[in-house]
Design a protein around this ligand. Structure first.
Ligand SMILES: *Cc1c(COP(=O)(O)O)cnc(C)c1O
Length: 943
């Protein structure tokens, strides 16, 4: 074994296993399997034009060299991004811990109570600090959260049938530039008219439905908006506020002035800057709007035994269900970062946060006073952490600050702003001042925050924020939560469409390094040369893999990529005076985010049928394309299909769309079945998104971080999204899709490392083994479970759908199988997507033959249990699953099967038992009695 070959670590199947597997699958060779799986006319003739893989050790040396090319300056640019101090206990036990970062989105609540609790803490923290009743967990960044507020308030307007026709939205000129750019992107397709101005002179007319304010303003002035909000209310204008979360420790909470929504980022609660992300955005609102909130809400309910249980609440709001009726397409969010930010609040508690906020504020005052005492005019009358200073010679100042390795924000020719943060020391302030003058520091204890703007209300009073302030206590609390969660460090998570593959330690290590973590997204490019090399090369790698001309790394999730891709298509049509094209064809089997994104892009969704083999019904598609020929904008197609099949008609399908003047959007969530064997350009697509957090090894993080770049053909390249602060994107760039120029740049290091270490051959082998593993499971389960769809030669792609509907005859639902798998130590595959009553299994290439076999044995054993089950006797091992330790050790045992069968159904289980921490959750009860913050247990009991 060549231990320098990373592929042999990433791929779980050995050369020796292949014989056994080929026999089960019924092929002579890998070539035969691939030949029978992928249609001939789309197969790549040449190997990927990428270098050979490098060893893990060489990669770490290489990435260290690149890290050294980034220059870590003291950065006081602000504008929504601040250096912060990630407590080492959180870094080591969460960020660097696969028990946390490899977990899946907590759909299976019984084996996800740990991260659900961590997210409930996050929601409580946000509710408390903003003064709002309800918060979600979480959104992609501050700017997209602001856009979600703008669209949610529009939706509320039409729901409440008030202000029909009012389509104007006021945006304060104090808003961050990247947020304004994003609001422009998101408002246009929906017909919202943005009016940007001064809130003090705003005229409240009936044409306005909503308004957005920034608190403190973009250059640090803290405005008193109370009066504005009052007037807005009187005129039935809803108000959202983008607020700096740390400032809320000292400033009056927006909830106390009666606003409708508060949004922002939690980056400065311990999250590395990472050249722009990933960071968790937050969104808080009133209880009355709970059914309209975008993203996920964690709520408290009870389990079968009446014990408290957490789960994702109000799931019917999700775009998976609402599809083209959805008002938001948020799927993957930034869960790992929300967990970390919430834990930062748990560790510091209210007193710790006050200390930090006071430190930041007092340092800012010290700086302001010293500069003022030396004749510099400081403009902000009320501020928290940011001051504005008039300067005579900004060019010279810039030279001086950069010589001292300091970045500040140059507002205009004679004004700068300086934003301080928790990492600033008195020494730093001395250096900063010395750039302006030779002065010594001047203390002045007068207040700069007026009484009316001071926070007086308490926050974070719940026990969880007042218990774990020593490292030992926090370490154990994190461990306690982690133990409740089944992640990839326990067993395979075979989630169809989500590609839960290895997230290698060597790919992850650089994320902890300061030279990657501590870079502000708006620093001059020459300070981020390491990042620029990684991002440029990643773009080229993805161009090669997709066959396309250009890539934008800006979108922070697959769904955001869909939206970005459709917006470039829209811009392309407009550039050809065909802006009327607005019909988007979407097959019935598409993921819910597809129709939701199309509607957000201002398109009209026309659903095309699926034939009996699960393929796109070609004649229906031809008919609809012809019918809408005049106005056809795009087709959105997932390939291989969400049914796990390489449809052989794909080239014909894409040609039909082009013949009618449309563009083809390929949803790249299933790219793991294509890399190195075929590609989106070859099938005839014009643009695709990739989920780097699926195919390209970024960990799922319990529901994010996500990176959803779009790759485009030549004709769409000019329209790739830009950024208002840093130049990026195409020559006729559309406005921003996410806040940071390169989205979640820090997480891109992982995919870069993945591609670099696997190389052309390793990437292609990974795809082949992913296909082999899926077909192996399919054939091992043959005769026990029916696979719903296969390709023309009976092959699955990299995943397959197993039909569980026939078991209804035994009274068994697909959920019972999903829950019973927990007793066997497995996370359920994807349940009821894309077909209700089925499960979709995707093993990925990273799993070993031994693990595939354990999973198959569990499934076969469950199949036998299904045979034993009877419709008239629901007290059975499947219906009662999962079995908790409390159940099995209870003195009373009145189930008609043994404890052994309940908890240790197969021999392998007892060696490595995973205990679900609760029984099944009561969804209806929880949704009726919605509790989304850390309420005391008594409150819950009374509900
Ligand atoms: C995961 C997925 C998406 C959405 O991607 P996110 O990153 O979660 O936004 C879209 N389409 C398909 C088929 C997917 O599996």
């Amino acid at each position: 074994m060549n231990t320098d070959v990373f592929a042999s670590r990433h791929i779980g199947i050995t050369e020796k296993d292949l014989r056994t597997m080929f026999e089960i699958v019924g092929v002579e060779s890998m070539d035969q399997l691939i030949h029978e799986t992928i249609p001939n006319d789309i197969k790549l003739k040449q190997r990927l034009n990428l270098p050979a893989g490098v060893s893990e050790n060489d990669f770490l040396t290489h990435i260290q060299e690149l890290a050294d090319k980034n220059k870590v300056f003291k950065t006081y640019i602000g504008l929504g991004y601040h250096e912060s101090l990630l407590p080492s206990v959180i870094k080591r036990n969460i960020l660097e811990n696969p028990g946390w970062y490899t977990a899946y989105t907590p759909y299976q609540a019984e084996i996800a109570q740990g991260r659900l609790e961590a997210l409930l803490n996050f929601q409580t923290m946000v509710s408390d600090l903003t003064g709002m009743e309800l918060a979600n967990a979480s959104l992609l960044d501050e700017s997209t959260a602001a856009a979600e507020a703008m669209t949610m308030m529009l939706d509320l307007r039409s729901r409440q049938q008030k202000k029909d026709g009012a389509l104007k939205f006021f945006v304060s000129e104090e808003i961050l530039p990247q947020t304004l750019s994003l609001l422009k992107t998101r408002s246009t397709p929906l017909g919202i008219e943005l009016v940007i101005g001064n809130h003090e002179t705003f005229e409240f007319t009936s044409e306005f439905y909503g308004a957005l304010l920034q608190y403190p303003g973009k250059h640090g002035q803290v405005h008193d908006y109370a009066e504005f909000v009052q007037h807005a209310k009187a005129n039935e204008i809803k108000v959202a506020v983008a607020a700096d979360i740390l400032s809320l420790v000292k400033l009056k909470a927006p909830g106390e002035w009666g606003v409708d929504v508060v949004v922002g980022t939690t980056q400065r609660f311990g999250i590395p800057l990472g050249y722009g992300g990933p960071h968790a955005g937050y969104f808080a609102t009133k209880e009355a709007y709970k059914r309209s909130i975008p993203g996920r809400i964690i709520g408290i309910t009870k389990d079968t035994d009446g014990n408290p249980a957490l789960r994702m609440a109000l799931q019917t709001r999700e775009q998976h269900i609402k599809r083209d009726k959805a008002t938001s397409n948020i799927c993957t969010a930034q869960v790992l970062l929300a967990v970390m930010a919430g834990m930062y609040a748990v560790y510091h508690g209210p007193e710790g946060l006050k200390y930090i906020a006071n430190k930041v504020h007092n340092h800012t005052k010290l700086l302001a006073n010293t500069l003022a005492a030396n004749g510099f005019e400081q403009i902000n009358s009320t501020y928290f952490d940011t001051i504005q200073v008039r300067v005579k010679d900004a060019v010279k100042l810039k030279e001086t600050t950069e010589r001292h390795q300091i970045n500040i924000n140059y507002v205009d020719e004679d004004t700068v702003s300086i934003s301080l943060n928790e990492a600033v020391s008195t020494e730093d302030i001395k250096t900063l001042v010395s750039c302006f003058t030779e002065a010594t520091l001047t203390q002045d204890h007068s207040e700069v925050i007026p009484e009316s703007l001071k926070r007086t209300s308490p926050f974070l009073e719940h026990e969880v924020f007042n218990s774990y302030h020593s490292e030992t206590e926090l370490m154990r609390y994190i461990k306690k939560l982690e133990r409740k969660d089944l992640a990839l460090n326990h067993s395979m998570i075979s989630l169809g469409s989500c590609t839960m593959k290895l997230n290698a330690a060597s790919e992850m290590l650089p994320l902890s390094w300061a030279n990657w973590g501590n870079i502000h997204p708006f620093v001059p490019l020459d300070q981020a040369q390491g990042y620029q090399e990684v991002l440029n090369e990643l773009e080229s790698q993805l161009n090669v893999i997709t066959g396309f001309a250009a890539t934008s790394l800006q979108p922070n999730s697959g769904a955001q990529g869909e939206y970005a891709g459709l917006m470039t298509i829209k811009a392309y049509h407009e550039s050809r005076n065909e802006g009327h094209r607005n019909i988007c064809l979407i097959p019935a089997s598409a993921h819910g985010t597809n129709p939701a994104s199309a509607v957000m892009a201002g398109m009209k969704v026309v659903v095309t049928k699926t034939d009996e083999h699960g393929n796109i019904d070609v004649s229906d598609l031809e008919e609809k394309a012809a019918l809408h020929s005049e106005n056809l904008a795009a087709l959105m197609v997932t390939y291989p299909s969400t049914h796990g099949v390489f449809e052989s008609s794909i080239k014909h399908i894409t040609k039909v769309i082009h013949d009618h003047g449309g563009q083809v959007y390929m949803d790249g969530a299933n790219m793991n079945a294509q890399v190195g064997l075929t590609n989106p350009a070859t099938i005839g697509a014009d643009v695709c998104h990739l989920n780097l957090h699926k195919t390209f090894a970024i960990p799922h993080g319990g529901g994010g971080p996500g990176v959803g770049p779009i790759c485009v053909a030549e004709q769409l390249k000019p329209f790739l999204p830009g950024n208002p602060v840093v130049s990026t994107g195409g020559s006729q760039a559309i406005t921003a899709i996410s806040a940071a120029p390169w989205g979640s740049a820090l997480a891109c290091l992982i995919s870069y490392g993945y591609i670099k270490m696997l190389g052309a051959e390793g990437l292609t082998d990974a795809t082949k083994i992913a296909i082999l593993n899926a077909n192996y499971i399919k054939d091992r389960l043959k005769g026990k479970f029916d696979v719903l769809y296969t390709g023309e030669r009976g092959r699955a792609a990299h995943e397959m759908i197993i039909d569980c509907r026939p078991f209804k005859a035994h009274g068994i639902e697909v959920t019972d199988i999903a829950k019973r798998l927990m007793d066997y130590g497995f996370h359920a595959p994807t349940v009821s997507f894309p077909v209700a009553g089925t499960i979709m299994i995707e093993p990925t290439e990273s799993e070993s033959l031994a693990e595939l076999d354990r999973f198959c044995e569990a499934m076969i054993s469950i199949r036998e249990e299904i045979d034993e089950a009877h419709q008239n006797e629901p007290n059975n091992v499947l219906k009662n699953a999962p079995h908790t330790l409390a159940m099995v050790t209870n003195d009373d045992w009145d189930f008609p099967y043994s404890r052994q069968k309940a908890a240790f159904p197969l021999a392998y289980v007892s060696e490595n038992k995973f205990w679900p921490s609760i029984r099944r959750t009561d969804e209806a009860f929880g949704d009726r009695n919605l509790i989304c913050t850390c309420a005391p247990i008594e409150a819950y009991a009374e509900a």
